[in-house]
Ligand binder design. Structure first.
Ligand code: HEC
Ligand code: HEC
Length: 465
């Protein structure tokens, strides 16, 4: 549902991003290991203990850090599409996001202003892929009480675990000697504590990527030719158009280069189920053909659920535009983790419309099956077969799928600011070349924290020349 300004001055914008002074927002760009307690408020010290505390789960076997591992930018430590729960017979229904650079996410609003200052207000903000938690403090209740995740039976059980734990005294120091007297208050304070840790600890926003060294103009942060070309593709409205949604400028909180405008879009990701041959980990919930994860219109939020089944609703299928920092360190991508490499993600953007047979199951046709490229989700295609596009949305809800560049042509629609409703014709030319996608991946790699300037700069390699 894009209403976006095509960045005609894309290269200008890119250069602006390179020269702008963003030093104020991120603090010192160094990675602080969890443990810089001296600098944390009492509440954040409690939050830090709680974040790593396995006793806060029903099975006493899973902490927040089990899914949000600090060694993996507070994202998942493996490439599973979705993670196992505290009860290992259960697994989640969505991919685990990184928790870095979340602190400036505003609360969800159907009509959120866009940080780029030109795009019309639209659904934006909020935590989780569907924005249903208004703050990080509120969010904490969701994994703790979710039977598929930390699987506690009640708030009282969680509070009891804190009270029995090694940091009960610290909890009282932070929130008052009588904090354990009231379960609801203590549970809410635990949320406040974890939010304080996620906000205050530098390890959640180190700003120590090569990209940061480049914008802050530090020695050694110079992007290579390939990375520069990738940056230009990222910003070019007719080619990658990535920054139309993965906004690279300064946001309302003064944070720069998070690569999200916090809006919601329906990209029509393939259903992560057994219709993908050899799928290593289909989402169990998808075994039920009547189950659809439609983001803003449910199942986890109910304010945009279509009144009747079969009524088109523009909110259906929309998920939050994710922060792209540290994305190159992930092993599963998109809300349902259906993609397992950046190569796959970029080819999906490029060929979702032009070669849907690479991504969605097909039936019928005749003749010998042809091989699809190695990165495709569907290994083969029978000529003339009918492709079930957008198969993770009920037929009536597929109209909300976005047709902005690079997915669609960017043409059509009822707005004057870009966006688009027109698909690229099957078999037509995609928006990006192989070289441009390769360069883009080099650029995305510059967004990983912990960049070390090499002693001698490499002179050859895919991401150099
Ligand atoms: C079993 C894995 C698992 C555990 C354990 C877990 N999470 Fe998550 N976390 C997820 C998943 C999956 C999502 C996305 C859920 C959704 O969109 O519905 C998520 C989302 C989040 C988000 C929102 C991020 C964003 O970009 O909107 C925050 C914040 C978060 N988790 C914090 C925590 C905290 C704090 C704990 C411990 C109390 C925790 N998580 C425990 C799997 C987990
Ligand atoms: C129309 C808005 C839009 C455009 C344009 C766009 N993206 Fe996205 N991007 C999204 C949304 C929304 C998601 C999440 C989709 C989902 O989970 O179903 C996403 C997800 C991703 C992810 C997966 C991140 C993760 O943590 O799983 C990557 C990587 C990505 N985009 C890169 C790019 C690149 C590179 C470009 C340019 C070629 C681009 N995007 C263009 C909206 C957009």
């Amino acid at each position: 549902m894009g209403k976006r300004l095509p960045l005609g001055t894309a290269i200008g914008a890119a250069l602006l991003a390179l020269t702008a002074c963003g030093g104020g927002s991120g603090g010192t760009p160094t990675v602080a290991p969890p443990g810089n307690a001296a600098k944390l408020s009492l509440a954040a010290q409690v939050g830090q203990k709680a974040f790593f505390d396995k006793n806060l789960s029903g099975g006493k076997n899973m902490a927040c850090s089990g899914c949000h591992d600090p060694q993996y930018a507070y994202g998942p430590p493996n490439s599973l599409s979705v993670q196992l729960g505290s009860d290992p017979a259960q697994s989640g229904a969505r991919a685990v996001p990184s928790l870095r650079y979340r602190e400036s996410t505003p609360a969800y609003d159907d009509h959120a202003a866009n940080p780029d200052g030109v795009t019309l207000a639209s659904a934006g903000g909020g935590f989780m892929w569907d924005g249903r938690a208004a703050s990080m403090a509120e969010q904490v209740a969701l994994p703790l009480l979710n039977p598929l995740e930390m699987n506690n039976a009640s708030k009282a059980d969680v509070v009891q675990a804190v009270q029995n734990g090694s940091y009960a005294d610290l909890f009282e120091q932070a929130f008052g000697a009588d904090v354990f007297a009231d379960t609801d208050t203590a549970f809410a304070d635990l949320g406040t504590a974890i939010q304080a840790f996620e906000t205050e600890d530098l390890s959640f926003h180190p700003y120590s990527s090569k990209y940061d060294l480049n914008i802050y103009n530090k020695i050694g942060g110079t992007l290579t030719a390939a990375e520069m070309r990738g940056l230009v593709v990222f910003h070019s409205s007719a080619v990658g158009n990535c920054s139309a949604c993965h906004y690279a400028g300064v946001n309302f909180a003064g944070n720069q280069g998070l690569m999200t405008d916090f809006t919601y879009q329906a990209l029509g990701a393939p259903r992560n189920d057994k219709s993908i041959p050899g799928n290593p980990d289909p989402i169990p919930a998808n075994d039920d053909p009547a189950y659809y994860d439609m983001g803003l219109c449910g199942p986890y939020r109910s304010d945009h659920t279509p009144a009747e089944l079969g009524t088109p609703d523009p909110y259906c299928g929309q998920f939050k535009v994710p922060v792209l920092r540290n994305v190159a360190t992930r092993g599963a991508f998109f809300h349902n983790g259906v993609f397992h490499s950046l190569v796959q993600v970029l080819h999906f953007y490029n060929t979702r419309d032009t070669h849907p047979e690479y991504w969605y199951p097909a039936s019928g046709g005749s003749g010998t099956a042809q091989d699809n490229p190695s990165w495709a989700l569907q290994p083969t295609y029978v000529p003339g077969a009918t492709v079930a596009r957008f198969n993770d949305l009920p037929a009536d809800e597929q109209g909300s799928v976005d047709e902005e560049v690079p997915l669609g042509t960017g043409e059509g629609g009822d707005n004057t600011l870009g966006g688009g409703t027109q698909a690229r014709a099957a078999g037509s030319a995609p928006a990006m070349t192989e070289q441009q996608m390769s360069d883009l991946i080099c650029f995305l790699n510059t967004l990983s924290d912990g960049y070390q300037v090499p002693e001698t700069a490499p002179t050859s390699g895919t991401c150099v020349n």
